[in-house]
Structures are given as structure tokens and as C-alpha cells.
Design a protein around this ligand. Structure first.
Ligand SMILES: Nc1ncnc2c1ncn2[C@@H]1O[C@H](COP(=O)(O)OP(=O)(O)O)[C@@H](O)[C@H]1O
Ligand SMILES: [Mg+2]
Length: 327
């Protein structure tokens, strides 16, 4: 294994990528990833999403700079990397919630650059958010109806224009009911979304995303804030998406989940794709772990760091106490 000059990591694998005989093996879904070379930008046999030169700057900061990335159709791909790596920004760009400074990308072979988020959803690519966007003052069912339009909260007045519903309402409500049942939220249908637990809101978001009958689902930290009692069911739901032929791209910090459900892992750091490959290969690689994953999570604090953190916590406490005494 060697690190390229640009910091990319090329992982060695037992089996070299088959060249010229690719048609002999299965090319679709997770099976199509077997034997692929583990290096950033490696072509996939059946890509549903292809990104080229996608760049997003915030002032002087280059938040995303993805040279080339292909996502295999019908597989579960995990996007991992430290906080601030650009994962959410990349999701925002691909799904039309933000605009890149540069770059192109195609979904199902058609360019998606400059396409508005709700149109991206109608083309079959939907996403959920790191912080759930379930609208707490609408009922669970109303959130689901909103999902059918591919709209997010800000545009919901437009989405609720009665004309949109005429003739569609019944089929939309039927689909909502069956999804709510699948996600065990049917009993909550007329409750306000705000009354749901964090995990139930994540489920609602996933259910809502499915209202447009997507071909690709992008999940930004589906496990964040989810009670352990619900994690197995969430995992099951993500695997179900693949069973039903959908493509899944998800961001997650929980490495157990990544190892458990992903067919392929892409590592981002400082806006770039620095490694990709099968989970066993990528996540066992010391260079990936040290440089991008483990070190800043698990390294024990030295005494000085510990005292700094304690001091910071104490001053926050003091400030909060002072605030309370004032009022
Ligand atoms: N709207 C914004 N304005 C300025 N900087 C931003 C904005 N959104 C994200 N960033 C910066 O871009 C970098 C990537 O952020 P993000 O995509 O949220 O990372 P991740 O999801 O991998 O944790 C971070 O340094 C973050 O502070
Ligand atoms: Mg993020």
C-alpha cells in the first residue's frame, strides 16, 4: 500500500481488477464491485451516479473537491471521513440544495448540474438530512404528503396548493399509509411529527423520502441521535432499500453500521476522496484509520488537553449560572 503524492491511498488487494474480461462476472449491484481495484475514482461496472471535478468553495476554504467518483447502481455505498471533510456539502451539491463553483455530474446518464432539488427528487434521487427536517408542527401524514412532492419545508405552501392534490390525493395517501406501516409509524399518522422520538423522526424522514419512489436514496447520518433500540430496525430498513433494487449512499460515523451494511466505502478528507474500496479493505487499513478515522476519536487526551477541556467546560457552566442569576 502506498500513499500517492496528493495524499490518496491506494490499497492493495489479493485479487487484481479483472481487465478485458469484465463481462465474465456479474456487473450489476453489489456483485459488480467484487474484485475492483481499491483506489480513488475507480470506475464501476454499472454506475448510477458519476461526479467529475465537483468543487465548492466557501471563501478561501475548499469544502469539496471531488475529482472523479462513481457510485455503483443497486449497492450500498458508505461515505465516511472526519467532521468537516465535506460529506454533507457534497450531498447538498449532488441533490441541488447547493451550487458548486465547478464540476459536472450525471445521474442515470443525465446531467444534474443546476437542477433544482425538488426536480432532482422527481428524477429519482432523494436525500435525508443530518439534522432531521421533519416538520414538527405538521402531522406525520402531512409530512408524508409533502414528501410526495419532493419538496422540503420552505416550499411547503407551494406544495400544498390544492391543485397539486386533485386526483392524486388517494394514491398518495395509500402510498403514505403503506410506508408508515412498513416503518411502524402507522399508529402515529395523525400525531404531530414534533411528538416523535429522535429515532422515529429519522424513520419518518426515510419514509418520507420514499414517497417519490426513488431509485437512489442518500442518507446523511441516519443513525445520529437514534436510540439503540431502534438501530437494528433502521439498519434493516436500509438493507431493504437495496433488496428492492434501490441504490443507497449514506454518511455515517458509526463504523459498526458501515462495516455491517455497506458493499463499498468511500473515504473523504478535506474535500477530497482519499480512498475507496470494500469495507474490509478500507477499514482495516492503518493509513486510513490513522489519518482519517480513528486517531482524533480514540486517542486518549494528554493532561494538558484534559485540563483545557475541563477549564472550557467550567467557564461554560459559570456563564450559564451567571445568565440564570441575571434573569
Ligand atoms: N454554508 C457554509 N458556509 C461556510 N462554510 C461551510 C458551509 N457549509 C459547510 N462549510 C464548511 O465546509 C467544510 C465541510 O463541511 P461539511 O460538508 O458539513 O462536512 P462533513 O459533513 O463532512 O462534516 C467545513 O469546514 C465546514 O465548516
Ligand atoms: Mg455532515
Amino acid at each position: 500500500m502506498a500513499a500517492d503524492r496528493d495524499g490518496s491511498v491506494r490499497l492493495s488487494q489479493d485479487e487484481p481488477a479483472p481487465t478485458g474480461e469484465a463481462s465474465s462476472g456479474p456487473r450489476t449491484g453489489a456483485a459488480g464491485l467484487v474484485g475492483l481495484e481499491a483506489r480513488p475514482g475507480v470506475p464501476k461496472p454499472d454506475p448510477i451516479l458519476v461526479a467529475d471535478g465537483v468543487t465548492r468553495r466557501f471563501g478561501g476554504l475548499v469544502a469539496v473537491e471531488v475529482e472523479h467518483l462513481e457510485v455503483q447502481r443497486g449497492a450500498i455505498t458508505a461515505l465516511i471521513g472526519p467532521n468537516g471533510a465535506g460529506k454533507t456539502t457534497f450531498f447538498n451539491l449532488l441533490t441541488g440544495f447547493d451550487k458548486p463553483n465547478d464540476g459536472t455530474w450525471t445521474f442515470e446518464g443525465r446531467s444534474l448540474g443546476g437542477v433544482a432539488a425538488y426536480k432532482v427528487a422527481r428524477r429519482g434521487m432523494v436525500r435525508t438530512f443530518q439534522l432531521t427536517k421533519a416538520l414538527s408542527r405538521m402531522t406525520v401524514l402531512e409530512n408524508m404528503r409533502l414528501g410526495a412532492t419532493g419538496q422540503r419545508g420552505e416550499n411547503f405552501f407551494r406544495a400544498l396548493v390544492p391543485g397539486i392534490w386533485r386526483g392524486q390525493q388517494n394514491s398518495i395517501d395509500e402510498r403514505a399509509a403503506s410506508l408508515l406501516q412498513r416503518f411502524k409509524l402507522d399508529a402515529k399518522s395523525s400525531d404531530f411529527a414534533g411528538s416523535l422520538s429522535g429515532g422515529q423522526r429519522k424513520l419518518l424522514e426515510m419514509a418520507r423520502a420514499l414517497m417519490v419512489e426513488p431509485t437512489m436514496v442518500m442518507l446523511d447520518e441516519p443513525m445520529a441521535g437514534v436510540n439503540p433500540a431502534l438501530t437494528q430496525s433502521l439498519l434493516g430498513h436500509v438493507k431493504d432499500l437495496r433488496e428492492q433494487g434501490m441504490t443507497v449512499l449514506f454518511v455515517e460515523h458509526d463504523m459498526d453500521m458501515v462495516r455491517d451494511i455497506s458493499d463499498w466505502v468511500v473515504v473523504m478528507a478535506q474535500g477530497r476522496v482519499v480512498a475507496e474500496g470494500p469495507p474490509d479493505t478500507v477499514m482495516a487499513d492503518p493509513a486510513v484509520i490513522d489519518a482519517y478515522l480513528g486517531s482524533h476519536h480514540d486517542a486518549p487526551l494528554d493532561l494538558e488537553q484534559e485540563q483545557e477541556q475541563l477549564a472550557a467546560a467550567q467557564s461554560e457552566l459559570d456563564a450559564a449560572t451567571a445568565e440564570r442569576e441575571k434573569s
